[in-house]
Design a protein around this ligand. Sequence first.
Ligand code: CP
Ligand code: NVA
Length: 310
Amino acid sequence: EGSLKGRDVLSWVDFASEDIEGLLESAGLLKEKQKHGIPHQTLAGRSLGMIFENASTRTRVSFEVGMTQLGGHALFLSSADLQIGRGEPIEDTARVLSRYVDAIMIRANDHEMVTRLAEMSDIPVINALTDDYHPCQALADMLTIQEHLGSLKGRKVVYVGDGNNVAHSLMIIAAKLGVDITLSTPKGYEGDQAVWEKAKDVAEDTGSKVEHVIDPHEAVQHADVVYTDVWVSMGAEKEQDIRNQAFEHYQVTDALMDQATDEAIFMHCLPAHRDEEVSADVIDGARSVVFDQAENRLHVQKAILQAVVR
Ligand code: CP
Ligand code: NVA
């Protein structure tokens, strides 16, 4: 895992399966240490700059607390309050921050802007959500599945709803880790064709299955995990009405969960809208592991930070 030093985490596309597995193992160890009060201040004296163009609860707090627990420090930088907000180029921001901090975490709409930031930075850049990907979320999700189901390889994850950033990252990480993934979305919301191609390419090497099934009831047959996310992502608010219509038959309900395996768990990256993409019964019910997912964001961010900074 020392080999990840200096790497950017923009998506999992460029990462070896073994490296992702190493991060999961490291996150598990860090979680144990935290639970048992064993000190692990591996980033003492180090700083993380956290740029946010959009709102966040989990990502912001888990990265900030994670840095504290590792003995380092995190700076919350709202892009509106940075000079970026007044037109300073992202390239200059990258070069300046590289002189101060040891890593940058950024949440922005435009993935390409984050790529440019990473190119111009001398330090690791971590994607904390763009329109294209949410890699840190997907890693926390894999840790959560491993904890609840005992293994990853050969498990079947079914993502129901919008083929968005969260769905993209799940496809890529599932393919890398030998997890079967089915997306069930309406026509026109399948997600990015290029991401499908990448995931299918990877799956050929790992033996995972990457599929699209329009009908959610058909899709969740044999599912070990049923996952959903909001129908209207940040930045898509104008499309609220057409989206609510398009996804009408994609709500995760008890009836849908009943078609999955008996031990199937329900997952959601949060924030959630009860009785839109998921019924209140399901998200607040016994099969839901959404708060374990949220907790695991912390342990996973620490593993990523430690690997790329140290
Ligand atoms: N799941 C997630 O990234 O949550 P926040 O938007 O609260 O960070
Ligand atoms: N798909 C959601 C995820 C939020 C964590 C969004 O982009 O708003």
